[in-house]
Design a protein around this ligand. Structure first.
Ligand code: RP5
Length: 169
């Protein structure tokens, strides 16, 4: 039986996948950042080792639904991003989760050490990586979306303006 037990969102351009619902406490930052920049997205917990057929089905059908970037988060032996990259022609951005041991270093190395030929762009462990993966997805999509490009520049300008100057001593 085909395992297609996942949520789809009409108009979504980014698919956010995570190996477990327990990753959501980190990956909600990705969703919040995409929402802030006005990028329609969909989020699913799909495990590479517990839902292998679901992973394959999602990857095969995502491009036809308009998904252009995949963000994959996982902890431990974090093979989700590599498996997704193996099944999809879309750019795959990987977010290492600090799961139950080694503070996420295991996840980081699992993702960043992809052998040549099937790239996975790996971000920082934890919240910073979750946010930066969303921003990188924005940069990819902004290349063909002028309105999004303008929102990206405004985001950058606001961020620069928010840096405080030190009080004079
Ligand atoms: C990985 O194992 C998940 O991505 C998660 O980070 C970690 C723990 O998963 P649970 O045991 O909480 O489902 O597959």
């Amino acid at each position: 039986m085909t395992d297609m037990n996942y949520t789809t969102v009409p108009g979504a351009r980014v698919g956010v996948l995570m190996g477990s619902a327990s990753d959501w406490s980190t990956m909600k930052r990705t969703a919040e950042t995409l929402t802030e920049l006005g990028v329609t997205h969909e989020c699913n917990a799909i495990s590479a080792h517990r839902n292998p057929d679901r992973v394959m089905h999602y990857c095969r059908h995502a491009p036809d639904r308009g998904i252009r970037v995949l963000i994959c988060a996982a902890g431990g032996a974090a093979h989700l991003a590599g498996v997704v990259a193996a099944h999809s022609p879309l750019p795959v951005l990987a977010c290492p989760i600090a799961a139950w041991s080694l503070d996420g270093l295991d996840s980081l190395l699992s993702m960043v050490q992809m052998p040549k030929g099937v790239p996975v762009a790996t971000f920082a462990i934890g919240n910073a990586g979750a946010i930066n993966a969303a921003l990188f997805a924005v940069q990819i999509l902004a290349g063909t979306d002028e309105a999004l490009h303008a929102r990206w520049l405004a985001f950058r300008a606001a961020q620069s303006a928010a840096v405080q100057t030190l009080p004079a001593s």
